[in-house]
Write a protein that binds this ligand. Structure first.
Ligand code: PLP
Length: 449
């Protein structure tokens, strides 16, 4: 009992190493081991680890930081950060609602969408539609949205009914296969689902503009979100862009959806927003939605104790300033291009690399047993976990992608998502480690190079 950890860890059989410090792209554990964090620890740490100026600024502001509950008071930092976010957001965005994490942001968005329709006299609209190979959070409502069977199955009896449509997954898409490229049938699938559910019942469609660990780096066809926007408008469905992972600079622009020149109705943010220096996420609301509330009851029937917490907003402001000063909202585009170039060269040496995809510093590598047929490794090989472990043995951290649900649990990929401050030299370290790790796993699993 005495030596047992007091924390109820995610995996009671595997208590993780204790991290005692961080600097830039490196973290160090209590045994003095240093890791290159090419995962940004779940894609969170945008401005790099150990930015002491954030802590110093918070300490200096300390005597002014006090907690106030959002329903009764506001404070300058919340308003300043909201204004800063709107300043870089798509031009139709008109208000920011702060929360503490991505799941809360998406759950708030579904509820906001529901109330939006009620405010307009369309009380029959309440359902949401999302995609397979997606992740929107772990609360019951957001897990219901998430198209990730391995996380859903245990809780299936508790989940809300959500229709999931085909993901824009060109490498594995049956439609694309038979047509020699994307025909946008995955976007048409949204219209089919809305009609099937009954347009009078559908409130919102949720999608990650560039997909995260459920199939990292899926970048849909240049016309995909234009089609989504049209379909949503046609059936009076709100389009929610989940940018919790891909937003706030990760794809090389402040908002990932801007690459499609499409304006969503709601955008959710998290992770990079406070870069891990505070639990902070947000729901960014368009003028269209805001106006309906303004003309209606004016009151969103929702609220979280820690919504807009002063210290978290203060930290968010410090992160915003660093991001502006160091051009981190766009830097991932340049470094991501270098990373992509090196990965494409690496693919020449490792036939297990089936697909390399992504944008900016959100990059997925899918591994296959046969590059020609795209046949995945059987689940029992555990290819992804072997690669992640081999890299970790070389002190490099990457995120394991979740097995592909459309392949019955087979299918392997990893996610590379380093902090936005990653240097070219650190990318070289990552590529060298990936090269030797893949050779090691290939020989363990009997794959010929
Ligand atoms: N949405 C996306 C795209 C995510 O990647 C995540 C987390 O990984 C979430 C939502 C949930 O965010 P959180 O874990 O902060 O609740």
């Amino acid at each position: 009992m005495k030596n047992r950890p007091a924390v109820f860890y995610r995996d009671l059989n595997n208590v993780p190493p204790t991290i005692v410090r961080g600097e830039g792209c490196y973290i160090e554990d209590s045994a003095g081991r240093r890791y290159l964090d090419a995962s940004a620890n779940a894609g969170v740490v945008a401005v790099g680890h150990g930015r002491t100026e954030i802590a110093r600024a918070l300490a200096e502001a300390g005597d002014r930081v006090t907690f106030v509950y959002n329903a009764t008071f506001t404070h300058p930092w919340q308003e300043e950060l909201a204004r800063a976010i709107l300043g870089i957001a798509p031009s139709n965005m008109a208000g920011v609602y702060f929360v503490s994490g991505g799941s809360e942001a998406n759950e708030s968005a579904w509820k906001l969408a529901r109330q939006y329709h009620v405010e307009r006299g369309k009380a029959s609209k309440y359902k949401s539609i999302s995609r397979w190979q997606s992740y929107h959070g772990v609360t019951l409502a957001t897990l219901s949205l998430s198209g990730r069977p391995s996380w859903r199955n245990l809780y299936a009896p508790l989940l809300l009914p959500v229709t999931h449509i085909a993901p824009p997954y060109e490498y594995r898409c049956a439609y694309c296969r038979s047509s020699g490229g994307c025909t946008l049938q995955c976007a048409d699938d949204l219209e089919r689902a809305i009609l099937q559910e009954g347009p009078e019942t559908v409130a919102a469609f949720f999608a990650e503009p560039v997909v995260g660990t459920s199939a990292t780096g899926l970048v849909p066809h240049p016309e995909y979100y234009g089609c989504v926007r049209e379909i949503c408008d046609k059936y009076d469905v709100l389009f929610v862009a989940d940018e919790v992972l891909c937003g706030y600079g990760r794809t090389g622009m402040p908002f990932a959806i801007s690459a499609w020149n499409v304006e969503p109705d709601i955008i959710t943010l998290g992770k990079a927003l406070a870069s891990g220096y505070a639990p902070l996420a947000a729901m960014v609301v368009s003028e269209k939605v805001r106006e309906v509330f303004a003309q209606g009851t004016g009151r969103f029937v929702h609220g979280l104790t820690y919504s807009g917490t002063p210290s978290a907003c203060f930290v968010g402001l410090q992160v915003f300033e660093i991001m502006q000063r160091e051009n981190l909202f766009t830097r991932p585009a340049e470094v991501g291009a270098i990373l992509m170039g090196m990965l494409n060269q690496l693919a020449g040496r490792h036939a297990v690399i089936g697909d390399i995809r992504g944008r900016g510093l959100l990059v997925g590598i899918e591994f296959v047993a046969d590059r020609r047929t795209r046949e995945p490794f059987p689940e029992r090989v555990g290819f992804t976990s072997r690669v992640v472990k081999a890299l970790r043995d070389r002190d490099v951290l990457v995120a394991a992608g979740v097995a592909q649900s459309n392949l019955g649990g087979h299918g392997d990929h990893i996610q590379l998502s380093p902090p936005f401050v990653v240097s070219n030299a650190e990318i070289e370290v990552l590529i060298a480690a990936l090269d030797t790790s893949l050779s090691e796993v290939e020989s363990q699993t009997g794959v010929k190079e």
